[in-house]
Design a protein around this ligand. Structure first.
Ligand SMILES: [Fe+2]
Length: 294
């Protein structure tokens, strides 16, 4: 862990925005020493049956930033989400800020570029994003230093973002009673996910962890914040020293029973483009459905 610049003395203000349609939690993270902030994992609303996109969830983030007089510096994607669409370009157009994702986005773009049979106009070099992050890369939110930890397994481009005493875990972990995310998407791997989770659990016990998703298992209220210590002790998939072998066996069996996320087809096409909606040859916004392709 030595090369990660952990600084528990910096305590950012974290505002969560829960999206009921997709069980996603978006965050606005504010530097405690300035008005600078970052957004983690924004959501664009879609009525897939009607082919209609809207921006109520993104507008709530924008309204918060505007009303609090904050300055948006970063729009972070923890990974290429398969269950909701990013609103990053919409937010960037209104408020500025740089869109960042893990550098392994190129692997994801290559995989899904083939599945969606994209032409050469779809670049597989991550150039749709403003910043591609490698393991341990740092960036500033005002005077607060943040860093990205490479945590593949759920997808090949997953990163956990750490800002002072707050870490945004994306889909590496769920709340302790939710366990972990699936590892069966193209490029996913249960053993790799286990190793990545160990990196997160090696952060200080008091590190605040913020989830990207929560489904309120066993009828409990939706929750999104826990700590490293709590996950280590109580996570139902990886807590209490469960071995890699046990985890891989369980995760693989479980994933084989899961349906595809409802929005995976639109989500991938939009999110691999940093949230831009693809267009047809005449420039109309248009999505594809590859049959038996996933
Ligand atoms: Fe995900």
């Amino acid at each position: 862990m030595a090369h990660y610049p952990v600084n528990m003395d910096v305590k950012p203000e974290v505002q969560a925005f829960f999206d009921e349609a997709t069980n996603t939690i978006s965050y606005i993270v504010k530097d405690p020493a300035s008005s600078a902030c970052a957004i983690i994992d924004s959501v664009m609303d879609i009525d897939y049956a009607a082919g209609r996109i809207t921006y109520e969830h993104a507008d709530a983030l924008i309204d918060h930033i505007t009303s609090q007089g904050l300055k948006l510096e970063w729009i972070i994607e923890t990974h290429v989400h398969a269950d909701h669409l990013s609103a990053a370009p919409y937010i960037q157009e209104k408020l500025g800020g740089k869109i960042a994702i893990g550098a392994k986005i190129m692997v994801v773009q290559d995989t899904f570029g083939k599945i969606f049979n994209e032409g050469t106009e779809f670049q597989r070099d991550g150039s749709q994003f403003d910043r591609l992050l490698e393991d341990g890369d740092t960036y500033m939110i005002g005077s607060m230093q943040a860093f990205a930890m490479y945590t593949p397994g759920h997808t090949p481009a997953c990163m956990v973002h750490v800002m002072g005493n707050a870490a945004f875990v994306g889909d590496t972990l769920f709340m302790p009673d939710g366990g972990s995310a699936r590892a069966d998407f193209p490029g996913g791997d249960a053993g790799t996910l286990y190793d990545s989770i160990q990196k997160v659990l090696a952060l200080p016990d008091e590190m605040r962890l913020f989830m990207c998703h929560d489904y309120g298992p066993n009828g409990r209220d939706i929750a999104w914040e826990t700590t490293v210590g709590d996950e280590k002790a109580h996570n139902i998939h990886v807590g209490g020293g469960i071995s890699k072998e046990e985890f891989v066996k369980f995760r693989t069996q479980r994933d084989a029973q899961l349906d595809m996320p409802k929005l995976i087809i639109p989500s991938l096409q939009v999110n691999m483009r940093a949230g831009e909606v693809p267009t047809d040859k005449d420039g109309h916004p248009m999505l594809k459905v590859p049959l038996n392709g996933l």
